[in-house]
Design a protein around this ligand. Structure first.
Ligand code: URA
Length: 230
């Protein structure tokens, strides 16, 4: 691929910035300073540097973000989007949140530019498992828990059985395999309680890191990526 495309695909620089960097001798390919941004490079094998830093090619990236409250899970919004928590190169490289967490929901959000994998993970047919730590306003009785575990009628659809692990009458972990709009809030409301705190701790094969603070992100490991894309 062309050298300028190499940089723009990665979101590292715009075409103009690449031209400028090349004209200033800041870009090397296999140890040689290049003179034109339109030279062709072997993105998989050539060693390409910008200002002495090697820039490795990768088609897709996968990030685990610990989403804080107050951010919208989208790429376009007049206010704060989760993309604003990341260096701009990820959005320039086509990154987007895989699915949505409500503005006040916190926790695990996958950010990627791999559309096919995101599509697969979000497909209702895949029943990808998600787990959320929750706190609620009204204590959950055995009967309410049974209803949630059985599936509740939300009017437009009946939820699949949820799993519940209670740590107190008003807190615990709920597992679902669907991802409808406001699903857990609506499920809890339907049985007579209300969500006061919601944190996603699992999404498919991914588990939120204990040591990833709110607002922080990290690249997924090779093992996590292979579980995700398989
Ligand atoms: N269920 C909800 O109600 N909200 C979320 O953000 C995620 C699941």
């Amino acid at each position: 691929m062309r050298l300028d495309r190499f940089f723009t695909t990665l979101g590292v620089a715009t075409r103009r910035e690449v031209s400028l960097a090349v004209s200033r001798g800041r870009v090397t390919v296999n140890g040689r300073t290049v003179k034109s941004a339109s030279v062709h490079v072997d993105e998989e094998n050539d060693v390409i540097t910008l200002d002495g830093r090697e820039i490795k090619y990768r088609k897709f990236f996968y990030l685990m973000l610990n989403k804080p409250a107050g951010y919208v899970s989208s790429t376009e919004d007049a206010g704060d989007t989760v993309m604003k928590l990341l260096p701009a190169e990820y959005e320039r490289a086509g990154g987007f949140p895989c699915g949505r967490l409500d503005r006040d929901t916190v926790g695990l959000l996958l950010i990627t530019n791999d559309g096919d994998t995101a599509h697969r993970l979000l497909s209702p047919r895949r029943h990808v498992a998600k787990k959320y730590r929750f706190e609620c306003s009204e204590p959950l009785t055995d009967e309410m828990i049974k209803k949630l575990e059985h599936g509740v009628d939300l009017g437009d659809f009946v939820t699949s059985p949820a799993t519940l692990e209670m740590s107190s009458p008003t807190s615990g972990v709920i597992g679902i395999t669907e991802g409808k709009f406001h699903q857990i809030k609506r499920m809890l409301a339907e049985v007579g309680s209300g969500i006061t705190f919601l944190e996603r701790i699992k999404f498919g094969p991914l588990t939120l890191d204990d040591n990833l603070s709110r607002g922080e992100f990290r690249e997924l490991t090779a093992d996590e990526i292979s579980l995700l894309i398989s």
